[in-house]
Design a protein around this ligand. Sequence first.
Ligand SMILES: [Zn+2]
Length: 270
Amino acid sequence: MLPPLFDSHSHLYAEQFSNDLREVVRRAKEHAIEHIMVPGENILSSQTTINLCARYKNVRIYAAAGIHPEYAGNETARLETLHDLVQSPQVKAIGEIGLDYYWMDSEKDVQQEIFIQCLGLALKTEKPVIIHNRESTADMLAILRDWVASIPQGNRLKQCAGVLHAFNGDRDIMEFVKQNSFFVGIGGSVTFKNARQLQEAILEIPLDKILVETDSPYLSPHPHRGERNEPANVRFVVQKIADLLEMDMEEVAKITTRNALELFHIEGVK
Ligand SMILES: [Zn+2]
């Protein structure tokens, strides 16, 4: 039996799971996934996520609350509500938040404004951040650099500030993560044949900077590419990282789970 695995990014409230979530969670448990972080994308999904946490006892489910850049345009007035939500003890992180210049559902300055406000909320509550970034790396890193510099001594984000989810192997991001108290989230794309840049990056990032994730229901790893993704599949990501590093899968499982527990300040787990 594998050591416990931690899927650090799964959208369990997605409609793709509405018919069989119980089965999905059971299968996760069957494959040693003991922890699942579910990031919200707006006020509604953040609230749904908090409710989900209590519903399953066999796997520990945690919530992140945040406003995804896709929703930045229509959530401006509701930051107050987010402020209340993140106080819940189930909420272990602020996310997912960030920038997305690919879809551009709202203007850059609107996205940046919401992103910066959410980062401020993280600082105040001392909860780490889960960052979404698509074709916005330079602006995202500039904002994060300023934010990291503003973390005061004694704030627990000094040790573990957040995770850059869905890492694609970008060198600037890799350097940022190495130099700051950040992790990268590695997902199913690492198993794809054409993912050379990412696979090479795995050899350069210390394993104690890596979290594993599915981003389910999206981005299913090989050999399930194209199907609905689910937390049980995070084992294929762990296996691929182990292969690349020529390590035992058990060892990669142990270290990546420890990293996630540390980042999200989850205590009382052996
Ligand atoms: Zn996501």
